[in-house]
Design a protein around this ligand. Sequence first.
Ligand code: PMV
Length: 315
Amino acid sequence: MHASAPAKIILFGEHAVVYEQPAIAVPVSSLRASVTVEPNPAGSSGLHIVASDLNQTLPYDLVSQSIDNALTLTVRLVLEHLGAEPPAVLLTVRSEIPVASGLGSGAAVSTALARAISAALGRSLDNPALNAIVYEVEKVHHGTPSGIDNTVIVYEQPIYFIRGKPIEPIAIGAPLSFVIADTGQGALTRIAVGAVRDLYQSEPERIGSVIRAIGAVSAQARSAIERGDAHELSALMCQNHAYLQMLTVSSPELDALVDAALSAGALGAKLSGGGRGGNMIALVTPETQAGVEAALRNAGAARVVSTIVQEEHHR
Ligand code: PMV
């Protein structure tokens, strides 16, 4: 048995989404976390979780697990939800998603693990229940996350997300190619979110208007995505990046990668996720993609990945 979940990127609206503004996120289905379920090796009993990519081997024990371990917390919440005892199986967790870089590695691992546990028990776990469980796990690491990461990863579809509102799937008018480049600098989303909160408190009018302007960009971007208008989308990405700079969540490294991508012919570029490190994204065409990838590597990107966002039936 096998369960998996994708990475994700935020296209528009990060940080503003914390303040009930809309944001847009898409799954990156080519980068995944996966969990296999096997019978326990002879001689061992109970539930075992092996996560060698994450450097963890855990005999799961309902009494001793600590809540700050995301894996054991995920298991506990799933068992509580299903009213079940731990199954006696070996779960092996693998992830191709770089950690602490804004690609949703934690939420993807939790999602895949929760699906694997429920499959091992022969029980079904629907997406709303799974989403609530992964959100609880995200809170341990991120404080008060907006919920956009777990939602896009659990549902694995492009979403228009407003905190506390029902999820709105987005139709993709024409395929969009993005290059994702990592500054190589790990950054804690929680710290960046806290910095924006402090800034907002000290300058409520100016920062409030930047946050609302980002929300307006997300709303326009949704319509551009649905119409397949890559040119409008590109301009909106650049506007969104400028607003994120005003929120102080860009960095010299992110700005350098954004500039390198635009100089190499990307249509638009911006940071993606919590900022102050982590990833940026560039919208490219088939003609510019290779040049933009090379330019990003030359400008110091630690990792460059490309993804195509398109309607499910094209995949
Ligand atoms: O760093 P990431 O990709 O997990 O993105 C966080 C997005 C924020 O809007 C900055 C925070 C949130 O909780 O939505």
